[in-house]
Design a protein around this ligand. Structure first.
Ligand code: ADP
Length: 173
């Protein structure tokens, strides 16, 4: 029987409990799920590619049906190269819709054989994003209800006073 494979792409900067929820639910639907950490995010990430990959792997543990990989370039090319046909994405508020709609249309235009499937966020994570987590962590606020323990530790290290460059070394405007 043909196996259903989906790719869940994103920046995962860093991976949150909202992402983990989508992944768990995705595993209920597909035979195999590939979490694909994007190298080019269009945003300047807090965590390097290697750190984002490592945090996602450690947060997810081992599951023979789940893989964490990285991709560069066009998502549809990556999807094809992995023998997948479905892009899995999460939808939170209405504000996610416009961007996701545009990207899904473009990907479908680029390859008619690829469909984007959306899972609605679970209510506890409806307002959770990697950006919010980074904001809270940068002010040393509690992030326990937002991220798995490995990510909490990595955020604490990133924002530890000794790891923050002195103001004159930063390139802030
Ligand atoms: P991107 O930069 O591609 O949006 P993200 O890592 O921010 O990457 O998000 C990856 C996917 O996970 C997106 O589809 C996003 O909508 C979804 N997502 C992020 N946070 C949540 C959440 N709290 N609940 C449901 N989906 C989420």
């Amino acid at each position: 029987m043909k196996k259903s494979i989906a790719v869940y792409p994103g920046s995962f900067d860093p991976i949150t409990l909202g992402h983990l929820d989508i992944i768990e639910r995705g595993l209920e639907i597909f035979d195999r799920l590939i979490v694909a950490v994007a190298r080019n995010t269009g945003k300047t990430p807090l965590f390097t590619m290697e750190e984002r990959l490592d945090l996602a792997r450690r947060a997810l543990g081992t599951n023979p049906r789940l893989e964490v990989d990285t991709f560069d370039g066009l998502l549809v090319d990556y999807i094809r190269s992995r023998g997948a046909h479905v892009i899995l994405r999460g939808l939170r508020a209405v504000s996610d819709f416009e961007y996701e709609f545009q990207v899904a249309q473009t990907n479908h235009q680029l390859d008619r054989g690829i469909e984007t499937l959306f899972l609605m966020t679970s209510i506890p994570y409806a307002f959770l994003s990697s950006s919010v987590v980074k904001e809270v962590a940068s002010h040393h606020g509690p992030v326990d209800s937002f991220v798995p323990p490995v990510v909490k530790k990595a955020l604490e290290e990133k924002f530890a006073p000794e790891n923050i460059p002195p103001k004159e070394a930063r390139h802030d405007p």
